[in-house]
Design a binder for this molecule. Sequence first.
Ligand code: ASP
Ligand code: MG
Length: 407
Amino acid sequence: MTNSLIVQKYGGSSVANTDRIKNVANRIARYKKQGHKIVVVVSALGDTTDELLELAGRITDKPSNRELDMLISTGEQVSVALLAMALHKIGIDAISFTGPQVGIITDCSHTKAKILKVSADRIRGQLKKGKVVIVAGFQGMNSEQEITTLGRGGSDLTAVAIAKTLNADMCEIYTDVEGVYTADPRVVKDAKKLSVISYEEMLELASLGAQVMQARSIEVAKKYSVPLHIRSSFTDKEGTIISKEVKAMEEVLVSGVAANKGEAKVTICDVSDKPGIAAKIFTDIAKHDINVDMIIQNISRKGYTDLSFTVPAAELNKTKDVMAKIVNAVKAKGVVYNNEIAKVSIVGVGMKTHSGVAAKMFGALASKKINIDMISTSEIKISCVINKKYADKAVQALHSAFGLNKR
Ligand code: ASP
Ligand code: MG
């Protein structure tokens, strides 16, 4: 297709140094010469955002969120200007903008703002003049004209929001991997790159820790059907297209296997089995902003039951503080913690229409003598909590049980 409008987002690793920035400029130039209109969204160079946060941490452990946004939004301003210069140098007309300059309007929640509106008039104007337009990712402005940022990985969201606003033909997400794989290639040697995957599957995989794209940006892309192509900036190979579910996708039982080692299990023992107890426990936990994932309640014995749930391991200490109070309040016998767990999951839209998928998963784990601790299912996902030390083995077993190495 010539003359299409393409939004290209380059992640931090794609612009980690000046050579890579030049490499990106050459790629953009090629597309431009084919006759496409190009809008580029860029992340900060390499680990800049982490480094800026580290600087703040050396001054105070409680920086104000407004000032944090002032600080971390600078990273992207560096990369857009350098990329514009690299394009000028090779004779391509380009102009860089900050998020506020192109009218990315957000709500007021500093460091995790939501985009409310993108006016994009300046982008349209410059595209008309034939320029490549470069926009700083990750940042916007609230109604008080304050600079905000969109949460870690937020440049993806900038790209998706701009693609939606401009009704782009494609939103390309450039990263350092060649696309989305059937499993983590570092764990499963014969993991295969998927040529296409549905938004739903991608969302599940992202929330399971397959960190190729910010989860929130996939939700927005899904909502507005923004076509996505995840690919590498280091090769010309096609990556993975993310699109609406089509019939053919249902023929595949499982598209991907993932493991999340970042959760911990909490079990509250011998709580009374009566109305209001679970409500009390989880209301208190929610009040402390702790994200609960799986929840399992056992059958009750003589009016008492055990209740287990998982939380992000990073929030375990906070959870312990809250639980200490809850145990007293609901007169439970005690609470135990386990952070030696992993959640392994299989994801696939084909599960909606096929039976026996769960049995096959449990069978594959059993054949490796891996014990299942907790199970949860959704329409397109089955997850099992197991001992952390078997996580890789479980992923490998599931990958071959579902024939993903033969795709
Ligand atoms: N630079 C920001 C971050 O590292 C935004 C992004 O990379 O998308 O989170
Ligand atoms: Mg980054």
